[in-house]
Design a protein. Structure first.
Length: 252
């Protein structure tokens, strides 16, 4: 069973999905700004990460989706919304594909799209080398936040990703989020989607989101957060929480 943390006890259920560098505690920075009377957030750790570090698997997007639905079943959730950061944004779409009738809304924060991500050779080498090299992890985080944030924070983010994950899982999840392509299968899905992107994110830009999410989902809206890069949850936590819950609303 995948490990998870719960925030709140409200009627609107939200399954939260972390990114490549995260774990079940990814959403902790926004927890103090969330309405815990109206919402219940459950943040699940993927196999090989955090509270699920000892849980082995194939480390694929489809496997995470199936584990997520199994957790929702154990929690007794018939319908729920999805909140995904980065890689978690791709996972959210895979869950939608697997069980569209159970999903109310999706909030995707600096999300990886459903299609394969194009990499040039040098960038792929940087990302592929991150499994065994913390300098690569540092460089990726620094680049994706606009080369503008505290080096101490970036270093701690890189080190945390090292300690919270199995190296083999971290390596495998790169191919999972970068190479998996199911965009044609979710094309035209009417689920309401809100995409939050950071102005300083050099990886998930407005142009990328317009060409993927906006083209895929007819009920998609996009919000650019001026003071953030790839990690609005950490960089602008109160604003991010407000955007999430304004979109999700209180109706279940």
């Amino acid at each position: 069973m995948n490990g998870f943390v719960r925030i709140g006890n409200g009627p609107h259920k939200v399954l939260a999905l972390h990114g490549w560098f995260g774990d079940e505690h990814t959403f902790d920075p926004i927890s103090r700004a969330l309405d815990t009377d109206q919402f219940t957030y459950v943040s699940m750790a993927y196999r090989g990460y955090g509270a699920s570090k000892e849980l082995l698997g194939e480390y694929s997007v489809e496997e995470i989706a199936q584990d997520s639905l199994a957790l929702a079943d154990r929690l007794g959730w018939q319908k729920f919304s999805l909140l995904g950061h980065s890689m978690g944004g791709k996972v959210a779409q895979r869950i939608l594909l697997a069980s569209p009738d159970r999903i109310n809304k999706i909030v995707a924060i600096t999300p990886v799209p459903a299609n394969a991500v194009p990499f040039d050779d040098a960038t792929w080498q940087l990302f592929e080398g991150a499994a065994g090299n913390d300098n690569n992890r540092y460089g990726i985080i620094d680049f994706s936040t606009g080369n503008r944030l505290s080096s101490a924070w970036i270093r701690r983010m890189a080190q945390h990703s090292r300690t919270t994950s199995r190296e083999a899982a971290f390596a495998a999840y790169l191919s999972a989020w970068a190479r998996t392509d199911f965009a044609s299968l979710v094309q035209g899905n009417p689920v309401p989607v809100k995409v939050l992107i950071g102005r300083h994110d050099a990886s998930i830009t407005r142009e990328v989101v317009d060409a993927t999410f906006v083209e895929t989902y007819p009920n998609c809206e996009v919000k650019v957060i001026e003071g953030a890069g790839h990690y609005p949850i950490d960089e602008t936590p109160i604003l991010t929480a407000t955007e999430i819950e304004t979109f999700l609303g209180t109706q279940v």
